[in-house]
Design a protein around this ligand. Structure first.
Ligand code: NAP
Length: 281
């Protein structure tokens, strides 16, 4: 029987801990507060924003949205972030990405205070991850994948883990987190040859291509444990992971569903980092 690694129970556990932390902070009159910086009205951003605000309200985190025109200049955005950095009522800052092409993302990443960088965009926070220090802010998606593996007690020490993604938001930081757990990690990408031979030999496979149903049963074995990070629309416009779930889920050991897997933990990770930022203030 395949185990379906659902994200909601993982998220609930994180929320329970958060509630305790928020109560503790309230005793010293501290309220964790998230500033969301959104440029323009992209429907994906707005739906993500709504979900964040709802989650914040439910748990006792304040949220404030700073909506700016999509044509804002880099200097104006830097000025806004500077004000949020200096505002003692703000614990964490989330700048929605991808930013419009005319914005200098490098400048923006360096402007967010590393102490309020709950989405881990500042190079100093990423550097900590690459040094093996997992105590600070982490990129939310790879951290969600790690929390799922921890919750379901998937052993990592000495195991072969294949990560199919080499981006800075998913594959590279995730590799560092897996190394810290003493996994033997292989990173694959679009130039990798014989991908299915590599994934079939792994104990755990993390896929994050963003191509609906790309991975069919030929990539896995009955022992495969799969974390599906990919989110995209399939040929019928339905939300899908990278794994062809219908074909793959009956024949492997464990798999995360999409929706309901990694994505359902990501917001809880983000909010837990707002609480952490508030604790550190
Ligand atoms: P990305 O920068 O486009 O990265 C995609 C990666 O897949 C790249 O490393 C690319 O290789 C690799 N790839 C593409 N085609 C391949 C192929 N045929 N064989 C092997 N590797 C291939 O995307 P991203 O920002 O990392 O996001 C990846 C996915 O995660 C997306 O579906 C996104 O929606 C999802 N995501 C989910 C969450 C969540 O909370 N669940 C959060 C963020 C992102 P190259 O480097 O060679 O191009």
């Amino acid at each position: 029987m395949t185990d379906i690694l659902k994200g909601n129970v993982v998220a609930s556990q994180i929320k329970e801990q958060m509630k305790r932390d928020i109560e503790e902070l309230a005793r010293s009159n501290k309220v964790p507060t998230l500033a969301i910086v959104r440029l323009g009205n992209n429907p994906g951003d707005i739906s993500y924003e709504k979900s964040i605000i709802k989650n914040c309200d439910n748990i006792g985190i304040k949220s404030k949205v700073f909506e700016r025109d999509i044509n804002i200049k880099t200097e104006e955005l830097v000025e806004l972030i500077g004000e949020l950095n200096d505002d003692n009522s703000i614990s964490g800052i989330l700048v929605f990405r991808p930013l419009p092409k005319h914005i200098d993302e490098e400048v923006v990443r360096n402007t967010v205070s590393p102490l309020k960088d709950v989405d881990c965009m500042h190079p100093l926070n990423l550097e900590k991850i690459f040094e093996g220090n997992m105590e600070g802010f982490a990129p939310c998606t790879p951290k969600s994948a790690m929390e799922i593996l921890k919750f379901y007690e998937v052993p990592l020490e000495g195991k072969n883990v294949v990560v199919v993604n080499r981006s800075m938001v998913v594959g590279k930081p995730l590799t560092m987190m897996l190394l810290e757990k003493n996994a033997t990690v292989t990173i694959c990408h679009s130039r990798t040859k014989n991908l299915s031979e590599i994934t079939k030999n792994a104990d755990v496979v993390v896929v994050a291509l963003g191509r609906a149903k790309f991975f069919d049963e030929s990539y896995f074995t009955e022992g495969s444990i799969i974390i599906d990070v990919g989110v995209s629309l399939d040929e019928n416009g339905k939300l899908s992971g990278d794994v062809d779930y219908e074909k793959v889920s009956p024949i492997v050991s464990k798999v995360t569903p999409v929706p309901g897997g990694v994505g359902s933990v990501t917001t809880s990770i983000l909010l837990s980092q707002v609480v952490l930022a508030c604790k550190n203030m």
